[in-house]
Ligand binder design. Structure first.
Ligand SMILES: [Zn+2]
Length: 391
């Protein structure tokens, strides 16, 4: 071999080896890995807090511990706008273990306790303010407009309406009812540049058909109650359910409330269809979307990735397995026919993912036309392969 050609070949081999040594050109998450969640995801709990510290008889550290438990358990906060859109259209897809954190009455602990605690954990929350008392000290202090705007701009705590004077809307005349709904929305929007107030919390949980009709007419898109229970796609938007939560409540009660939207057991572990990746697969019968599996990924670097899915070979497998890829630019649904091409990496498409940020690919059993197989998902970096040409 000519000496100079030999050197070029060595350089190319060296460059390829360097790339292979770079972090995670291929990332595979199997259904047996910790990054796969097979819990159901049809219900979204909303938590309702009030004051959080000793002025209210609580220890702020207990609230922090509750948020730590949610973070460690893989819960993801969503906004009320997201919940509304999901109830109405099924999109954007829910993250695993979704939850909404709300805080009524604008007590100062929304700013001093909730704001830093949620922000440090990547959570969001909703502050329901009665606008006549913003910045006013009564028996308790309340956050002022500067603090409310700071929390909003930070993207951590979003402020919505709890009426003007915190009246029970079922007990007032029509003029007062309308004023409480319209003027609180107007006050929020006039004190918060660029803000559109879309959500209401009924004071004392008081509502009826008249209150709902006037709330809709005033331009609200959802309203939360004090009725317990999780929210699913058939929950009325003006009767969203909430669990009342205190920082000092029993851990078992707190945790069961957080887990109320998740019921396991619909995905079955299996290995009889033999061409699985890893140690087996999970399967679910066709249904209406109550079985959802999540494969969680944190790509090490931003770039374009080819996403592949694997399933196994079985005559009764789903003809329309419904994957959703959650990527930097949004959610993309991909239907795959799992009655063919088992035991292979089959492409779902190319998508951009953000480095260091957790993302996920889901598979649900809605309208599947057969048994849905959750086996493995692979992300293969396209950007990094292109980089090889630069060496
Ligand atoms: Zn209240």
């Amino acid at each position: 071999m000519n000496h100079s050609i030999h050197r070029v070949v060595l350089a190319v081999v060296f460059a390829v080896q360097l790339c292979r040594a770079a972090p995670a050109l291929d990332i595979i998450v199997d259904d047996a890995d910790a990054g796969f969640l097979s819990v159901n995801g049809l219900g979204v709990p909303i938590f309702m807090y009030h004051g959080l510290d000793s002025a209210f008889g609580f220890n702020a550290a207990d609230f922090v511990a509750q948020m730590d438990w949610l973070a460690a358990g893989g819960f993801h906060t969503i906004t009320l706008d997201h919940l509304k859109s999901w109830i109405q259209t099924g999109s954007p897809a829910l993250p695993p273990k979704p939850i909404v954190l709300t805080f009524d009455d604008n007590y100062i602990t929304i700013y001093t306790v909730a704001y830093p605690t949620l922000g440090a954990r990547g959570f969001t929350g909703v502050n329901f303010v009665h606008t006549a008392y913003v910045g006013v000290v009564t028996s308790y202090d309340h956050a002022d407009w500067n603090e409310i705007n700071e929390m909003e701009t930070s993207g951590v705590i979003f402020t919505e309406s709890h009426t003007v004077n915190h009246v029970n809307l079922t007990t007032v005349n029509t003029t007062t009812l309308n004023n409480e709904l319209v003027n609180s929305k107007t006050a929020i929007e006039s004190h918060m540049p660029g803000k559109t107030c879309r959500h209401l919390s009924y004071p004392y949980g008081g509502y009826n058909t008249t209150v709902i009709a006037r709330t809709q007419a005033a331009g609200y898109l959802t309203a939360v109650t004090t009725n317990g229970g999780v929210n699913n796609r058939s929950t009325p938007l003006f009767e969203l359910r909430r669990y009342g939560i205190n920082p000092d409540m029993a851990a078992a009660t707190f945790q069961s409330s957080a887990n109320a939207g998740l019921t396991g057991g619909v995905w079955a572990a299996g290995s009889s269809q033999s061409d699985y990746y890893g140690v087996g697969y999970h399967s679910a019968a066709a249904g209406n979307g109550q079985s959802v599996g999540w494969w969680m990924f944190t790509p090490p670097q931003t770039g374009l990735y080819m996403v592949y899915a694997r399933w196994t070979t079985g005559a009764g497998n789903a003809s329309g397995a419904s994957y959703v890829v959650h990527h930097t630019d949004g959610d993309t649904g991909v239907l795959k026919d799992q009655s063919v091409n088992g035991g292979q990496w089959m492409a779902l498409g190319q998508f951009t993912f953000s480095g260091g940020r957790q993302t996920w690919i889901t598979l649900a059993n809605n309208n599947a036309g057969g048994t849905v197989i959750a086996d493995a998902i692979r992300l293969s970096s396209v950007t990094q392969v292109d980089d090889w040409h630069l060496y």
